[in-house]
Write a protein that binds this ligand. Sequence first.
Ligand SMILES: [Zn+2]
Length: 374
Amino acid sequence: MSKTDTINIKKINRSRVFQLISSCDKISKQDIANELSMSLPTVTQNLNELLEMGLISNNGSFVSTVGRRARAISLISDARVAVGLDITRNHIALVILDLKGNIIHSVRKRMQTAISTVFYKKLADEIYAFIDEANINRDKVLGVGITVPGIVYENGTKIGEAASIHMAPDFYDIFHDYLDIPFILLNDAKASGFAEAHFSGYTSNMLYLFLSNTVGGCILIDGKVQTGNTCRSAEFGHMTLFPHGMRCHCGRYGCADPYLCAGFLTQYSNDNLSLFFNELENGNPEYVKIFENYLQNLSIMINNIHVCFDYDIVLGGYIGGYMGKYLDQLKSLVAERLTFASDNTDFIKSCTLKLESSAVGGALHYTQAFNSSI
Ligand SMILES: [Zn+2]
């Protein structure tokens, strides 16, 4: 066996031990050996390496009524963490995710994007303050996944079309002078879809329809985000829904975005989506009418997407988080439009991850890369 093969096998073994410990609350050395069909000396060697890396603890014990109590080995889930930052036109949302995917801190606040040194400084200060508030040592932060409502190119280093916010295309290069933590830029809808697939344990192919302040999407095939040839895949918000219709933020008329974004629902509720859904639930007739109109538009969109992608369609983003209760209403509207008579509407699902899914996806980018590098 070559030296490279030996190194690879060692790495695979360590990774398997790490993944197993990560997947349970606590586990004994013997159970690891049994579970992975690995010898006890090999398990011990891997545990020592993981202990040295500060990733696991073996201080706990199992309750036993007979004989010696086995040591309980567990993951130190906050041994490393990642930050997710979602930037929209008027807000930022920040989350900290530990290695198990738990959100250990989150905040959402008003902040307007701008192309100015004041904005960059303020944004970096917010990130530092957020990490300090959570009592996290900055050395533990793997990175900051920054999600934006725009096309992101060149492996997360360039912002392309992002007409809904004011951000410089070379934001990545500029922001390095302000933030001394690794970071990457990601499209908000794709990050959100990636997080949804991860946390809902989705294994089939999925089409994620991102319904938030803007409308986008994410195509997941075999668990992988499909970016397309020019990173512009799944930009469903700019499919034409009504030729000569309302003006979209892209400058064209009749795109789906202005009909399916949060602003369509909150036109009378001061940009407040939870207020809108409260009023809807209270039966406010004006809101009921807006929502019926919204669902009609959404049903057209869903059937259009369904004839292109014969996958499940998961409704996500801020609006998707509220859709569970109204899914049957939507399904009956889609049923009236289905192209294929033998089809049914079981392919329409509401999302599992209901809050800050873009920011979570941003942080997940780093925690998942770290977990799979062990
Ligand atoms: Zn458009």
